[in-house]
Structure formats: structure tokens, C-alpha cells
Design a binder for this molecule. Structure first.
Ligand SMILES: Cc1cc2nc3c(=O)[nH]c(=O)nc-3n(C[C@H](O)[C@H](O)[C@H](O)COP(=O)(O)O)c2cc1C
Length: 412
């Protein structure tokens, strides 16, 4: 068996009953067999940093040695007056002149959801010290009012799952780096030795809790779609699409014929809870060789927008791509000025990746394109959020949500 990964866990609070220490102790219990968390207990012994000092106090030597020999560092710190605790900043100041943190993978754990300034400040300090900051392995779990022991917390799935996920991510990032260490000057991505191209999506139907999806069929759906999408009140639905509203149903039919004939984009008709064809969307940029696929050309009737049906549809198509087809990347992109689309992407669990400037010319105008994605390692959490949100008990008698999708995803 290979040597377990050594993770140095630094609590940023000196309190004996620190919740940040509690979080790290819980993480230590949850660490997989191939990982060992060692908690640094000497923060309070580190004297005030003074650049004039030439000696190395024992607690500083211990800190330097611990950081140097660790495969990664996790820091969990409270926020004091919108800043870092002095004891932690003091310890980090001692590392400024050294190289222990240079390139060291570092993640932040956080025991208080309110503590956002300290997290940002700590990230800035660590990046300045040359650490390799791992956003994907950071986690916030509110323990401010929790009096449980680490053992009790580790037995609670609401606590244990996000911690275990963060530790898994940490381990896989470290593993990827180790794989590429053979040629450290040219780092390469995580090895995928067994990778096989994924199947191309088929023209098929889906049925969800509230929604139904069918392959776009002009003969069957054109009329209903014309009524729901091309009526005067729906004109704004075309603003960010490549095409303008059709002049008449004939033009609409021809457009849909073209849509339905293609494999990429692969168009679907979307039905509302009463079974009316009320929208279309498509899989596109389908790259089986890379396991990457986009959902787009989304055009919903005003009545279908912001309904649980619309969310159910997104969930079904996402689930199919990740679970049935085995894709590893699911994309969403839109005109960077399309605020509702950007909000929808974030609500659905996509991560904002950035903006391509001057990416497209359409309708005689320039478009900057905003990109979003969900990756296969993020999918289980996104899926749990959808499952909890779509559950009938999350809706009142009028069909209004009791809890938001984002809040349920955060809890899962
Ligand atoms: C002096 C002091 C200042 C604080 N300032 C803030 C603050 O600005 N923002 C915040 O969210 N919490 C603030 N807190 C609350 C702590 O960050 C919070 O209680 C934290 O969970 C304590 O972590 P610990 O249990 O690991 O010691 C402050 C607490 C103290 C004692």
C-alpha cells in the first residue's frame, strides 16, 4: 500500500472549544485510508513576527517543517472584525521569507457561513505567498451553534458528505499533480488511462415527475409550438436566439424541419404539466471523444418559464448526459448580457467559467459569450439538490417552492 497523503490542518482559532478546530477534527475522522490529517496545535506558541529576528523560534521551526512535509494544507479560521485572526496572520508572516508554501496545495475550510471577508483575505494572503489555492476543495459548514463531538458530526451525513467530498477533491488534485510530476516544468492534467469516447445522444423521449420531453417532430409539434412561442407576448423570447420571430407558421415549420433534421444540435420538444408543447431545447456541441456536451437553444413559452416543469426538464437532460451517457462536462453558454439566462444557469448549479469577448456576431451585433459548466465530479451534489427540490413535499398547494434549489443544493 502506498504512503497515506499527509494533510496539515491548521485551525486559525486559539479557543479550546473552537468550531474551526472541531471542523478539522471531524475531517480527520472522515479522511479516507489513503489520507491522514495532522492538526497543527502550536499556533498560540508562535512569537510575534519581527523581520529583525535572525533566530528561528521552535514553534516556527515546527510550522515550517510541518508545511514543508505536507502534501497539502487545510486552514480553517474564524473571522475577526472582517479580517484574519492575528495569530494566524502572524504565523503566515513567518512563512513569507521561506518557500514552504510555494506551490503547496492549500484549501480553506470554514465553520461559519457569515465569515466571508476573512476567507477572501486569507485566500489573497496565501496566493501572495505562492500557495496553489484549491477552490474546488474548499468547504463551508456552519458549526457556530453546534455542541456535538467530532464523532457525532462525522456520523451526520449533512456534515460528513460535504467534508468527504472536499477531501476527495483534495486527494484527486494531489494525485493529478503527482502523475504529472515526472515532468514538473510541463504540468499535465489528471490521467484518464481507461477513457473511451461516450455514446452520441439519441433522438428519444423522457418523462419526469412534472415534465415530458420528445424528439422535435415538426408534423406533430409545429402548430402548438407556434402558438406557445411565437405569439406577440413571446417576442422577447427571440432576443438572444440566433433567429428572429418567424413571419408566419410556414416559415416556422421550415425552421423546425431544419432543426429536427440535425444530430447536432439535437432538438427536443418540451411539454408543460398539461401536456402542451410549450418549448424547445437541444443538446449541442456534442463531443463524445471528450465527453463534453452543451444544453442550449432553450426557448420556453412565457408560461413555462420559471416553473418546476422547466427545472425538471433541465434535470432530466442533465441526468441523461451524466448518468446514461457518461459525459464528464455539461455546458451552458449565453449572451453575457442575457441576465435571466445567467441567473438560470447559476440557479441550476452551473459554475460560471468566464466570458469570451467579441465571441459572436449575430443579428448585426456583437456578442460576448458567458460560459458555465457542471463537471461529473460536481454532478452528484447538483443531482441531490434537484432531487430534494423536485420532491412533491417541497411545494405548497399552489405549487410554490418551500425551499430554493440553491439552498437545497447547499445542504446536500
Ligand atoms: C473579536 C471577535 C470578532 C469577530 N468578528 C467577526 C466578524 O467580523 N464577522 C463574523 O462573521 N464573525 C465574527 N466573529 C465571530 C467568529 O468569527 C465566530 O464566532 C467563529 O465561528 C469563531 O470561530 P472558533 O469557534 O473557531 O473560535 C468575531 C468573534 C470575535 C471573538
Amino acid at each position: 500500500m502506498s504512503t497515506p497523503l499527509r494533510i496539515l490542518a491548521i485551525p486559525g482559532s486559539l479557543r479550546a472549544r473552537s468550531t474551526n478546530l472541531l471542523l478539522l477534527e471531524t475531517a480527520a475522522l472522515l479522511a479516507a485510508a489513503d489520507m491522514r490529517l495532522e492538526i497543527f496545535a502550536q499556533l498560540g506558541d508562535i512569537p510575534l513576527f519581527n523581520p529583525d529576528r535572525t533566530d528561528v523560534p521552535p514553534a516556527v521551526a515546527a510550522l515550517r517543517a510541518s508545511v514543508e512535509s505536507a502534501d497539502a494544507v487545510i486552514i480553517s479560521a474564524p473571522e475577526y472584525a472582517h479580517g484574519l485572526p492575528g495569530a494566524l496572520k502572524n504565523a503566515l508572516d513567518w512563512l513569507v521569507s521561506g518557500i514552504e508554501l510555494t506551490g503547496k496545495p492549500v484549501a480553506l475550510f470554514n465553520a461559519s457561513a457569515r465569515s466571508v471577508y476573512a476567507q477572501a483575505a486569507l485566500r489573497e494572503v496565501l496566493v501572495t505567498l505562492g500557495a496553489s489555492f484549491l477552490d474546488r476543495a474548499c468547504v463551508t459548514i456552519s458549526l457556530t451553534a453546534d455542541s456535538r463531538t467530532p464523532q457525532q458530526l462525522a456520523a451526520d451525513p449533512m456534515i460528513a458528505t460535504p467534508i468527504a467530498t472536499a477531501l476527495d477533491r483534495l486527494a484527486s488534485i494531489i494525485a493529478a499533480r503527482t502523475n504529472s510530476a515526472a515532468n514538473a516544468s510541463q504540468p499535465t492534467g489528471r490521467a484518464l488511462p481507461n477513457w473511451q469516447p461516450r455514446p452520441f445522444p439519441e433522438r428519444r423521449s423522457f418523462r419526469g415527475r412534472y415534465s415530458a420531453i420528445e424528439p422535435l417532430d415538426t408534423a406533430k409539434h409545429a402548430e402548438a409550438l407556434y402558438a406557445s412561442l411565437c405569439k406577440p407576448s413571446g417576442v422577447s423570447g427571440f432576443t438572444y436566439l440566433p433567429a428572429n420571430p418567424p413571419a408566419d407558421i410556414e416559415e416556422w415549420r421550415i425552421r423546425l424541419e431544419n432543426h429536427a433534421a440535425g444530430r447536432d444540435p439535437l432538438f427536443f420538444t418540451l411539454f408543460d404539466e398539461s401536456g402542451n408543447a410549450a418549448g424547445i431545447c437541444a443538446y449541442l456541441r456534442i463531443a463524445p471523444e471528450h465527453g463534453s456536451i452543451e444544453i442550449g437553444h432553450i426557448h420556453l413559452s412565457p408560461e413555462l418559464q420559471q416553473t418546476r416543469v422547466a427545472t425538471d426538464i433541465q434535470y432530466l437532460l442533465m441526468r441523461h448526459a451524466f448518468e446514461d451517457l457518461g459525459y464528464r462536462r455539461y455546458e451552458w453558454k449565453c449572451d453575457a448580457l442575457n441576465a435571466p439566462s445567467r441567473r438560470a444557469a447559476l440557479r441550476l448549479g452551473f459554475r460560471f467559467e468566464g466570458i469570451f469577448l467579441n465571441a459572436v456576431v449575430y443579428k448585426q451585433r456583437s456578442r460576448d459569450t458567458a460560459w458555465f459548466s457542471i463537471t461529473d465530479d460536481e454532478w452528484p451534489r447538483v443531482r441531490r439538490g434537484f432531487e430534494a427540490w423536485l420532491a412533491p413535499e417541497n411545494f405548497d398547494a399552489e405549487g410554490r417552492q418551500l425551499h430554493s434549489l440553491a439552498s437545497l443544493r447547499a445542504q446536500n
